[in-house]
Design a protein around this ligand. Structure first.
Ligand code: GLC
Length: 567
């Protein structure tokens, strides 16, 4: 790990010349190929001012925790001003910080302080849609059909009598309708506007020059402030078929009217040129949900994004042949474009691994989430530990979602009146939504708010923490060598010091069908046992780390071991 570099850089836009810390990528331009990136869901990380919501002050106070965990970068979910209709993915101003989180000066201080500890900062950009409270959308509503203000969005007349039917029948990613009808100034029903997510998130029209220009300005604005990269939200959705045609039943890759259209690659080529114009490596990380791995890899061509989230591995069940198939197909898909894979066990949208792996269906799909799904949490925790070591040993970069390093389970008993997630509301309460993985972190103590808020705060956390989380606090786990936190700390430290881990290749080792065993370069082997009986380990000179205690030298089921071998 290189150390931070203090340098003077001429600001490329904005307030002229200023002294900023630049990314240590100036020293290691390939840092992102092996990086461990910790995802901060800022509302729930740590509350510095006692208002019940996490903030930049809370993150700044806990930067040493992240350094000690051993992460190379932090990725912030959106920190911009927002009505929070979708947890901040409804951006009101892309050039500022939500007042509940802090201000721009604090963000700049945080970026510098993190870098001084060797931690780079990645931020979320949200190009597909905007908040309905953004001045552009307000101006569009106040302007007539066909006006330049409406051209930045997808306004259309309705079909049927008096335009009372939606312009098409696209299905929302959040269930429900993708169109909302506007009201004219005289009170009569007006045009409809498109929103692939909630009505509070109108889709932008990427054929519009203002839309392209603003996002290029957004990139420059934050790169000027020292951010080392951007995570691109809903990255495959930006371009729509201008005809807004219906979705055919047998839609072929590349022909979907709102997903993964070929023209979207021009956008990322222009963004890559901007990123590459900066000193150091500023990375583009795509949120690209696509079943077709060849189409997925196109986003990672050398003049487009650097990496994209590998959701295939995360969605697969806890099964050796499924996981091996995913690993092989993702590595094969990445190879032709020369990009490293990423490994992701969860994020702010997904059921926590400890809970997911303790269920009869261990795969992940948004459509199958239900309340009251029986869960064996001890089994889930055991598997989540094994999965943590497995994913950290695979070639490429690694993402850790805040709280997974503590083994937090999904919080499933949040009262309906305190739930926030539109996925829950838009499913009429059938889908539990994503609040359960977004509960504020427990830091210390034995009762809520578990050190999430400063001493003496009188406001409760924005989502309630389960009463029985005392065993999951950082304080409790830091002193326990058998805790999930200790496992993560040791694993990340080995990963950092071992020359063959991170970027590179793997070689499978012959093993039982229920076992995943592979070597990474000379001298390192990872073995995961997904079968129901304990198995022999390959010959080795030392056991480096194991996710559960060996039984007479055998690796028990649902466990991973890291070995030092002679070759
Ligand atoms: C991405 C985000 C998710 C958000 C959605 C709409 O999938 O990860 O949290 O709701 O985009 O912006």
């Amino acid at each position: 790990m290189d150390t931070a570099v203090l340098s003077t850089e001429h600001a490329q836009s904005g307030a002229g010349s200023k002294s900023v810390l630049i990314s240590p990528s100036a020293v290691d331009p390939l840092w992102w190929r092996s990086a461990v990136i910790y995802q901060i869901y800022i509302r729930s990380f740590a509350d510095g001012n006692g208002d019940g919501t996490g903030d930049l002050a809370g993150v700044r106070a806990h930067l040493p925790y992240l350094r000690d965990l051993g992460v190379d970068a932090i990725w912030f979910t959106p920190w911009y001003p927002s009505p929070l209709a979708d947890g901040g993915y409804d951006v009101e101003d892309y050039f500022s910080i939500h007042p509940s989180f802090g201000d721009l000066a604090e963000a700049e201080a945080l970026i510098r302080e993190a870098l001084a500890l060797g931690i780079r900062t990645i931020i979320d950009v949200v190009p597909n849609h905007i908040s309905d409270q953004h001045p552009w959308f307000k101006a569009a509503l106040a302007s007539p059909p066909g006006s330049p203000e409406r051209e930045r969005f997808w306004f259309r007349p309705g079909q049927g009598d008096n335009g009372s039917e939606m312009p098409n029948h696209w299905v929302s990613n959040f269930q429900g309708d993708t169109w909302t009808r506007t009201t004219n100034p005289d009170g009569t029903p007006g045009e409809w506007y498109l929103h692939l997510f909630t009505p509070e998130q109108p889709d932008l029209n990427w054929n519009n020059a203002d839309v392209r220009k603003m996002h290029e300005d957004v990139l420059r604005f934050w790169f000027d402030r020292g951010v080392a990269g951007v995570r691109i939200d809903s990255a495959a959705l930006l371009i729509k078929d201008p005809e807004l045609s219906e979705i055919p039943d047998d839609v072929k890759p590349g022909e979907h009217p709102n997903t993964d259209r070929d023209e979207v690659h021009d956008v990322y080529r222009s963004w890559r040129a901007i990123a590459d114009s900066y000193e150091g490596t500023r990375v583009l990380v795509g949120e690209v949900w696509l079943p077709d791995t060849e189409r997925f890899a196109k986003y990672l061509r050398p003049d487009e994004m650097h990496t994209a989230f590998n959701f295939d591995f995360m969605a697969r069940p806890w099964d050796a042949s499924e996981l091996r198939d995913s690993i092989d197909s993702m590595l094969a898909a990445h190879a032709p474009v020369g990009a490293p894979s990423t490994w992701v066990l969860s994020n702010h949208d997904v059921t926590r691994p400890v809970t997911r792996y303790g269920r009869s269906d261990t795969s992940f799909a948004f459509a199958t989430k239900r309340f009251n799904t029986p869960t064996d949490r001890a089994l889930g925790t055991r598997r989540a530990r094994a999965a943590a070591l497995l994913s950290a040993a695979l070639p490429g970069s690694l993402y850790v979602y805040q709280g997974d390093e503590l083994g937090l389970p999904e919080a499933e008993d949040i009262p309906p009146e305190l739930r926030q997630d539109p996925m829950y509301f838009r499913s009429d309460g059938i889908d539990p939504g994503r609040d359960g993985c977004r509960v504020p972190l427990p830091w210390s103590g034995t009762l809520p708010p578990f050190g999430f808020e400063p001493e003496g705060a009188t406001t409760v956390p924005w989502l309630p923490q389960p009463e029985d989380w005392a065993a999951f606090t950082v304080e409790a786990e830091a002193g326990d060598s058998s805790s999930m936190l200790s496992l993560y700390r040791t694993a990340l430290s080995i990963r950092r010091s071992h020359p063959s881990l991170g970027d590179g290749t793997l070689t499978w080792i012959d093993s039982d069908p229920g076992v995943l065993a592979f070597s990474r370069g000379l001298g390192f082997v990872s073995v995961t046992n997904l079968s129901d009986k304990a198995v022999d380990l390959p010959s080795h000179v030392r056991l480096l780390l194991a996710s559960s205690t060996l039984e007479n030298g055998l690796l028990p089921s649902d466990s991973t071991a890291w070995l030092r071998t002679q070759h």
